[in-house]
Every structure is written in structure tokens, then in C-alpha cells.
Design a protein around this ligand. Structure first.
Ligand SMILES: [Zn+2]
Ligand SMILES: [Zn+2]
Ligand SMILES: [Zn+2]
Length: 169
């Protein structure tokens, strides 16, 4: 059985607030640890702390939220250090940059390359990541039919999460 199969926690991440989030955190942290060991990458305390800050819940977090967390954890929270750690996580598929929110999100399918698609709640900034590659297939068909060679896509869809809809009068 492949490692990605065992460690894919997309099911847990696709559900929103109401789930055992410690499972998400444990799976994601274990995946990052294995990935770094396998690829001989340094999992520094700073990188680890930035990742756990992103994993606190399923909302997107701005660089300044991350800096606050670093400061709380006793790091000298300099923006370039935080950005470098975030870049590392993005580069290796453990986090995504959400352009529309100018913020970062822990990946729901960590450790494998995919074309992400996000459902972004405009109220609470909850971001649900769609099942890997599923939303892209129709785009790919469309591109094929026009002779366009698609290399990568990022979909950022805006709306209201289930909880915020319930909370609205
Ligand atoms: Zn979770
Ligand atoms: Zn992802
Ligand atoms: Zn919401």
C-alpha cells in the first residue's frame, strides 16, 4: 500500500467544524514528518510551529496570525522567517496560499501534488478544500477541446459555509 493512501486525510478535512480535529492535526503532522525524513528535508522547530499554527483549525491564516503564534511559542517572530517557513510548506504541498484572502491554509491532501480547489466562506474564512483533482476534470476537457494545454489550475470559490448559513436570520 502506498504511503499517500494511508495518510490521505482528505475525508476528515472535507467535513467542516464538526469532526475530530485532533485526527486532522495528528495525520497532517505525521505526514509532514515522514515526508521530510523521506526527502531528507530539515523539519526545523520553526517550520513545525508554523505548520501547527496553520493546522489549528480549517480557516485560512494571514502571515500576522502566524507571527503571533510564533511569538507565543517563544520564537523571535521576524516576518522573513515566517514567510520562508510558509514558502517551504507551500513548495512541498503542505500548505496553500489563498490569493483571495491573502492568507495560508494547511493542505487537506498533504504530500501529493494536486490542482487545488477551495470553497471559501466569506464570513468566517473557513476554507474547505475539494477532493483532489475532481473539480478540474471538466476544465481539462474544455481545454483539450480548444487545443489549450493546461498545466495547472487553482480554483477559489467564494460563498457561505453551512454554519454561517444556519447562523443567518
Ligand atoms: Zn479538522
Ligand atoms: Zn491541497
Ligand atoms: Zn462560515
Amino acid at each position: 500500500m502506498s504511503m499517500t493512501k494511508i495518510l490521505d486525510n482528505s475525508d476528515a478535512m472535507d467535513k467542516h467544524h464538526h469532526h475530530d480535529h485532533t485526527e486532522c492535526i495528528e495525520l497532517s503532522e505525521a505526514t509532514l514528518e515522514l515526508y521530510c525524513a523521506e526527502h531528507k528535508l530539515k523539519l526545523t522547530p520553526l517550520r513545525r510551529t508554523v505548520f501547527s499554527a496553520l493546522l489549528a483549525d480549517h480557516t485560512a491564516k494571514g502571515a500576522y496570525d502566524i507571527l503571533d503564534r510564533l511569538r507565543d511559542a517563544g520564537f523571535s517572530a521576524q516576518p522573513p522567517l515566517a514567510y520562508r517557513a510558509l514558502d517551504f510548506l507551500v513548495e512541498h504541498g503542505f500548505a496553500h496560499r489563498i490569493e483571495k484572502l491573502n492568507a495560508y491554509l494547511a493542505c487537506g491532501h498533504p504530500g501529493r501534488l494536486h490542482n487545488p480547489a477551495f470553497f471559501i466562506c466569506q464570513h468566517c474564512k473557513l476554507v474547505q478544500e475539494a477532493a483532489a483533482d475532481k473539480p478540474v476534470s471538466s476544465l481539462r476537457e474544455e481545454a483539450d477541446s480548444t487545443g489549450f494545454r493546461l498545466t495547472s489550475t487553482v480554483i477559489e470559490a467564494i460563498g457561505e459555509c453551512a454554519d454561517c448559513q444556519r447562523a443567518a436570520p
